[in-house]
Design a protein around this ligand. Structure first.
Ligand code: ZN
Length: 159
């Protein structure tokens, strides 16, 4: 592949006529169309050019990570700046809206130690957890336990 500077006006860099037609699927952040832990979609568009460049940056970076593993730290924990420690268990969803599907699937995969594809299948049988108010720590602990128990039984049932 060249340096990409001749993308306009419509060079077919992927052999898919990518710039010759309007794609049916719009890539957006959180579309859950790839298995990257952190989805990142880049988009540049300009009405004066009638062109849009949309890039699954996360997937391209994943390929780079394979090429340069010595420069990558994939850490199984969330760094909590308040406690200066890594938390290795996912936090219960406590926002004021429902958990986005892509976060739900990835959280379930981490909690159950399963693949993302397995989590997506499991999600067909398990409703996402309802949001828990941040102040209700006791409820969070109870729901986390119930959620773990509920999903553990489903993991066994669907495996
Ligand atoms: Zn990706």
């Amino acid at each position: 592949m060249d340096d990409g500077h001749d993308l306009l006006p419509g060079r077919d860099i992927l052999g898919l006529s990518a710039l010759q037609s309007i794609p049916e699927i719009v890539w957006t952040h959180g579309d859950d169309l790839c298995n990257c832990t952190f989805q990142r979609i880049g988009e540049w568009t300009n009405p004066y050019l009638a062109r849009t460049l949309r890039v699954r940056v996360c997937c391209i970076e994943a390929q780079l990570y394979k090429e340069y593993p010595q420069f990558v730290q994939e850490i199984p924990g969330y760094y909590d700046e308040n406690t200066d420690e890594f938390r290795v268990k996912p936090q219960v969803w406590n926002a004021d809206h429902d958990i986005p599907k892509h976060i739900w699937h990835r959280q379930m995969a981490v909690m159950e130690g399963i693949t993302l594809d397995q989590a997506r299948k499991l999600a067909e049988h398990v409703p996402p957890p309802p949001p828990v108010p941040k102040a209700d720590e006791k409820a969070i602990a109870v729901m986390a336990k119930q959620g773990a128990n509920r999903m553990s039984s489903l993991v066994v049932a669907t495996s």
